[in-house]
Design a protein around this ligand. Structure first.
Ligand code: GN1
Ligand code: MG
Length: 364
């Protein structure tokens, strides 16, 4: 991207210090992320171009993020913590907006970089998984009395009924002409359709409650400090109403994977029950007294649900001709599909043991 243009965008934000340089950064699949380095003691910043074909209403999304971070900061302050390190901070423009819209219609946002923070792609120790679970548990607790309605930033994000509607249309369209070669993979999705819909029906009929949740709790969206404590939950683009089970399930998808999300060596991919136990114990240390029985009953299943949904989303993007996720090779979405399916199978094989872990950690 043009350096001068980027500098011009930075100039619209009320940052501290003087701009030194702009670096590319981050491995997100959706937005473009840059690091804005400042001279001297002033904080550095993270600048993002939000993907407005995926997030159709960026101003509404930023309103969500401002409302949620304001709420979280009050909680952290009340508990004697440091709101600048424990909660993401939105940097406003000189006109007081939480984004800058360019003439070409791009939306840019900024937040201070939290010095000394570390990110991971998977948990290497149960202790780190425990801390991650504890962090998301606290995040959910801090938001449990958040009442303001939030905009739905992506329609039906974790709603499998809606995903099936998109899926059926994608199969019919066959935009990239790939459907005929994917009989096996499509079978993986279809054979579990009813099972997944019957779980979602419990959310739809209120058996499983709906709350303000993060919805993208993969481990790389959590900042840890150098001692492995959770500092701050980032990537708040999808904070909106859903079931809190999705935050658990999506975290398990990354914390417990012994391989990479897009591992081409499937022998490396499996779910580590040890990491599952660590995460579940950390999460339930914060949430066991507030979760309903129905939430506890379906907690372990949520990992299968979200991993299944991820298989569907990667495969659907491959079928669509790779229009959603950033790819680095022509078959990247298919490789991701296979790797996530392997993880799903590993969860299915260990499901009884996962339920047992939840039961013990919940103290029931
Ligand atoms: C995307 O934004 P990022 O890279 O943290 C995606 C998630 C997927 C994830 C898979 C808005 O997350 O839902 O689980 O990739 N985010 C969106 O790694 O679709
Ligand atoms: Mg994201």
């Amino acid at each position: 991207m043009n350096e001068e243009l980027l500098k011009e965008i930075v100039s619209h934000f009320a940052i501290e210090g003087e701009l030194e340089r702009i670096e590319t950064m981050g491995a997100g699949f959706i937005n473009d992320t840059l690091k804005v380095c400042t001279k001297g003691e002033a904080p550095d910043y993270i600048m993002q171009r939000k993907n407005h074909s995926i997030f159709p209403d960026v101003p509404a999304m930023m309103d969500n993020i401002v409302a949620v971070t304001t709420h979280l900061k009050a909680k952290v302050e009340a508990a004697g913590g440091d709101p600048m390190r424990e909660v993401l901070t939105v940097t406003f423009t000189h006109e007081g907006k939480p984004y800058w819209k360019t003439e070409t219609g791009d939306f840019w946002t900024m937040c201070p970089f939290i010095a000394g923070s570390v990110t991971y792609e998977r948990a290497d120790t149960p202790a780190l998984a425990y801390k991650g679970g504890e962090g998301i548990g606290k995040f959910q607790s801090q938001l449990s009395d958040f009442e303001q309605p939030l905009a739905e930033t992506i329609k039906g994000f974790h709603n499998i009924r809606w995903r099936f509607q998109q899926w059926d249309e994608a199969l019919k369209r066959d935009a990239a002409g790939r459907v005929a070669s994917l009989t096996t993979e499509i079978g993986w999705i279809e054979s579990r359709r009813e099972e997944m819909l019957s779980f979602w029906a419990l959310v739809e009929n209120g058996t499983i409650p709906t709350k303000v949740t993060h919805n993208d709790t993969k481990i790389s969206n959590i900042l840890f400090d150098k001692d492995g404590e959770v500092l701050c939950v980032i990537d708040l683009d999808t904070v909106m109403s859903s079931t809190s089970l999705n935050d658990f399930g999506d975290a398990i998808r990354s914390y417990t994977n012994t391989g990479a999300e897009d591992d081409s060596d499937l022998s490396k991919v499996s779910m580590s029950l040890e990491m599952f136990k660590g995460y579940a114990e950390g999460y339930l240390s914060q949430r066991r007294s507030t979760l309903t029985q129905s939430e506890l009953d379906w907690l372990a299943f949520s990992a299968r649900y979200i991993t299944y949904e991820q298989v569907l989303r990667f495969l659907m993007d491959y079928i669509d001709g790779d229009t959603y996720y950033r790819i680095t090779s022509p078959d990247h979405n298919l490789v991701r599909t296979h790797a996530q399916y392997k993880l799903l199978q590993s969860m299915e094989e260990q499901y009884e043991a996962m339920c047992e872990v939840v039961l013990n950690a919940a103290g029931k």
